[in-house]
Design a protein around this ligand. Sequence first.
Ligand code: HEC
Ligand code: HEC
Ligand code: HEC
Ligand code: HEC
Ligand code: HEC
Length: 252
Amino acid sequence: MANFFPRWSNFMPLKLAICAGAIAFGIALTIAVYGYGIPHAQPVGYQPGQPIPYSHEIHVNQLGMDCRYCHSFVEHGAHANVPSANVCFNCHGPNKVKSDSPLLAPLYDAMAIDQETGQSTGMEPKTLEWVRVHKIADYAYFNHSAHVNRGVSCQSCHGEVDEMKKVYQAEDLTMGWCLDCHRSPEKHLRPMEEVFNLDYDAEEWLAQNEIVDSEGLVGEKGQRLTSQEEFGKFLKVHWDVQPKESCATCHR
Ligand code: HEC
Ligand code: HEC
Ligand code: HEC
Ligand code: HEC
Ligand code: HEC
């Protein structure tokens, strides 16, 4: 009787095993590279130490300062800026607010001003080295002005900064998180003048400002809008907000 299986098939199990091993190795490598090898944003809750214990709770909540007083580029450019020491000096300079506070020593140091005498120390002024909190991987592109000028608030991405005594990362900043909102931005859209107001509440706002859907964009014609859901959908159509999902939007 002829040999039913050709001779080479004796090696079949071995070849299969090598093959399966190679595939498993490939998958493991892919996971390793994408999961660990590629840099990612820090996890939720990341809260590095800062050179000065600067508190948004004091300056925004208690003093009522606008984000743009310090983060002046946020409406105009891709990157928001962190203020330089002389912005703080508007209030904390010699003989001004808390100018003798030991917490402000690094500020005086950066400005090269002697905190006791208020005179120049003769040293070179230097930049205050604030530690970056929010940072997505370098291969992804983000743009602040594209968001804040389309009714997306700082709050949607940075949380309740106005209540933070020390800034932490409130959202995970992963690609899935970006895409979640790009698919349904209506959950987040608010009137342009409320983008910097972190106390904004859609229902309260709508109770005070009568917004009527006169064209029937989201429901019945002439209906008064009362919830974030209705208002967000309304603004999306009204402003023609259409966040893109193609890879080249964020990977260029
Ligand atoms: C008086 C100046 C001042 C004002 C006003 C201010 N900030 Fe800041 N902000 C800072 C400084 C200084 C830092 C850097 C130190 C830190 O992270 O606490 C910072 C950091 C941040 C960061 C983290 C930046 C990073 O490294 O990732 C966010 C987000 C932020 N601010 C949002 C806001 C928002 C939103 C408002 C308005 C509601 C606001 N800030 C108002 C001074 C200010
Ligand atoms: C518009 C004025 C103003 C600006 C600008 C300002 N601050 Fe203040 N800051 C204040 C006031 C008012 C207080 C509260 C003082 C008090 O508790 O009596 C304060 C308190 C502080 C305190 C607490 C001091 C202590 O000893 O309790 C720190 C630290 C501080 N600010 C840092 C900063 C830094 C850093 C900047 C710049 C990024 C800055 N401030 C910008 C007005 C300002
Ligand atoms: C749609 C989400 C989103 C909104 C809205 C948003 N940010 Fe950001 N912010 C980010 C992301 C993502 C980063 C990290 C960017 C990077 O790594 O390039 C960031 C970084 C920052 C930084 C650090 C400097 C920088 O640009 O990398 C500051 C300061 C900041 N944001 C302030 C604000 C303020 C103030 C507002 C509101 C006026 C705001 N952001 C609105 C997502 C947002
Ligand atoms: C809370 C909602 C929200 C989140 C979160 C968000 N986006 Fe957006 N994004 C928008 C909206 C709304 C627009 C404006 C779309 C328009 O103009 O029609 C936009 C626009 C953009 C644009 C401009 C695209 C263009 O048309 O040129 C870029 C780039 C972008 N987003 C990147 C990101 C990245 C990267 C992240 C995550 C780190 C992110 N976005 C997170 C809502 C969001
Ligand atoms: C709205 C913005 C946005 C769009 C659209 C987008 N990405 Fe991303 N992508 C990101 C951000 C932001 C990161 C980095 C997240 C971080 O820093 O942790 C990322 C990370 C990645 C990574 C690294 C692995 C990972 O999952 O973190 C790959 C691969 C990737 N993107 C591929 C794609 C492809 C393919 C597309 C098109 C189908 C696409 N992206 C569309 C924002 C986007």
